[in-house]
Design a protein around this ligand. Sequence first.
Ligand code: AMP
Ligand code: MG
Length: 401
Amino acid sequence: MSLEQALEQILADISAIDAVETRPLMDSFGRVLAEAITSPLNVPPYQNSAMDGYAVRSADLPASGETTLELIGASWAGDPFSGVVNERQCVRIMTGAKMPEGADTVIMQEDVQANEKQITIGDGHRAGQHVRHIGEDIREGDEVLHPGKLLKAAELGLLASLGIAEVKVYRPVKAAFFSTGDELRAVGETLEEGQIYDSNRYTIFGMLKGLGVEIHDLGVIRDKREEVEAAFRRAAELADIVFTSGGVSVGDADFVKETLEKLGSVNLWKIAMKPGKPLAFGRINKAYFFGLPGNPVSAMATFYQVALPTLHKLMGQTPEVPLRLQLRCLDTLKKRPGRMDFQRGILDYEGDELVVRGVGAQGSHILSSMSRANCFIILPAEQGTLEAGSRVDVQPFSSLM
Ligand code: AMP
Ligand code: MG
């Protein structure tokens, strides 16, 4: 099954969180908006200057030569001029200050000779220049944000500019995870022969943390039926979505599958992607369940490519246009046709051209390659070995969270 088909089927199964809570603006950062936001006002709310300079009447602008205008006062940001600018008069004005009545044009201070009483300006100015108009950014009644919008810095600022102090957002998704494997030890423990440290819980933690998900870490679980079953029960009680890693390859598969069939339902998905291995997806009671591959790079790649869109949907987030770049690849990349390949790459500049290189060893157990890399190089299923100098699709890691 192609990644696209698998994703389509998995996403069709997911219903977004429906619990909504009201949060002060700063607490809503990284959360998903659960209401439409209509502007209660015009932004800017009044006509103001885009420059430091002088507010004048366009009728007084000289067609040629120079003209002198009487200086009658000043309009400061936050302290507007209260009088009227009449014929052949002007007012000193600062950026963001309200345009005084009568004036419709601003002359930059650099273009003016001025003393306390008057200013002299030349020709070549455009009527209405350097003035910001009422509602130029946002009009009262405009729908400025739609439900499903992830609230980041620009959105928080936008909401604040409208005077909105709190918003309705979806409650955070709760995720639980644990690792399975008799060979795994937690950091802080001593390794005996044949044992390795559990790293997947840390990569999964990091990827979930980046999404603002509420996290429940259930540790390392031995490959024992009762322990695995207890962990699954506990996880499903705590969370909306449960992640495990390992134990879904052929030997263990029946074991995890059996446990899950007892508690819910699960499917093993053979997605034609590399790194990948079988991925388990299903339900335990009301919780969704992802059984990620054990190999550290496979676990991360599968998380990014399959679990991440699922989490976005669960969070109530409207899908965003995925960022893909088409770049020249400086290295030859070995590949056999058949599966879609997510190789690890390094984006860098060669002169002023953004290019990509492979990281070298692409084994699914080589976690250091994920750390050296800053992007996936996406090679389509039918592609064979890619010759150096060819163009490839690149997905920057920084675009994934
Ligand atoms: P499995 O899917 O359980 O057969 O695991 C596949 C490979 O991934 C084996 O080499 C495991 O030792 C390794 N592995 C599984 N889980 C983890 C983990 N949590 N951290 C690091 N390596 C793991
Ligand atoms: Mg295992």
